[in-house]
Write a protein that binds this ligand. Structure first.
Ligand code: 0L1
Ligand code: MG
Length: 269
């Protein structure tokens, strides 16, 4: 059996690590990567901690709105020193309106990345979900900016730790102009990110596994391994097209997408 799919943590350890991650997320402080204490921790262990985190948030009244695929571009994998994509859940508490002021006092290491978000109109179920299945099930796509916030000290982490930290999910902003996928050539869609009026990153959406719908198919197949499907009506982010750019209070950011319009926000204390 693939070692990454083997659970090594006891239920007690999973709850303990979940409480550690939850504390760091909700009170905005950095913690050492989880594998410092549990070096044998696998990706399956990371998802077990993430699942417990989701269970607690939902029990506390947060509503899940969808999912995110992370580490789906070579640029991101290289930046983070990992070689496999990941998934994380998105809730209503993470959503921020377009053009709004986003506070940074409740974040640890905020960074922004431009993504294509999909909204589905049919259930999707793996294994074996393909790019075409995703395109057939997509209602529309829209431009989005994810504000990721790794809770790990000095950005020192590995995949099991990132997965347990819900893929660094923190905030997201959707906006611009929603479009039908059949009206777009998604891989050639260009995006440029500006911070404080200067261009800081740019790439075409093909940077995400060749086609952003490929990342959604991957996400559906990972969900299947976790015993879940992707329900119709989900909002799903397909992963950063460019590397993530650090932000702090006082910064303003605009992501300009070809065909899809722009998404902007500013950061405050
Ligand atoms: O959204 C993502 O690509 C997940 C990134 C996880 C690691 C990081 O914090 O950069
Ligand atoms: Mg992302």
């Amino acid at each position: 059996m693939d070692q990454t799919l083997t659970l090594t943590l006891s239920r007690e350890d999973i709850v303990r690590l979940c409480e550690r991650v939850e504390g760091a997320q909700t009170r905005a402080y950095a913690i050492p990567k989880l594998t410092d204490e549990y070096p044998a921790m696998t990706i399956a262990d990371g998802y077990a901690v993430q699942l417990e985190l989701r269970r607690r948030f939902l029990a506390a009244g947060h509503k899940q709105v969808g999912w995110k695929a992370g580490l789906t571009s070579r640029a991101k994998m290289k930046q983070m020193g990992v070689d496999v994509p990941s998934i994380g859940f998105l809730t209503d508490r993470m959503a921020r309106p377009e053009n709004s002021a986003i506070s940074t006092h409740d974040l640890v290491h905020p960074r922004v990345e431009c993504e294509v978000a999909f909204v589905t109109r049919k259930d999707l179920q793996g294994p074996g979900c393909t790019r075409q299945d995703v395109l057939d099930a997509t209602d529309y796509v829209l431009p989005a900016v994810e504000i990721i916030d790794s809770r790990f000290s000095g950005f020192k982490f590995d995949l099991p730790s990132v997965v347990a930290d819900n893929g660094s999910s923190a905030r997201f902003v959707g906006g611009g102009r929603p479009r039908y996928v059949e009206d777009l050539d998604l891989p050639t869609l260009g995006v440029v990110m500006e911070k404080n009026g200067e261009t800081v990153a740019g790439a075409a959406a093909a940077a995400v596994l060749g086609h952003p719908a490929e990342a959604i198919a991957m996400l559906v197949n990972i969900l299947a391994e976790l015993g879940e499907g992707l329900p119709a009506g989900s909002f799903v982010m397909s992963g950063g097209i460019t590397e993530a750019v650090p932000v702090k209070a006082g910064d303003s950011v605009i992501a300009r997408f070809q065909e899809l319009g722009s998404v902007s926000m500013r950061f405050v204390e």
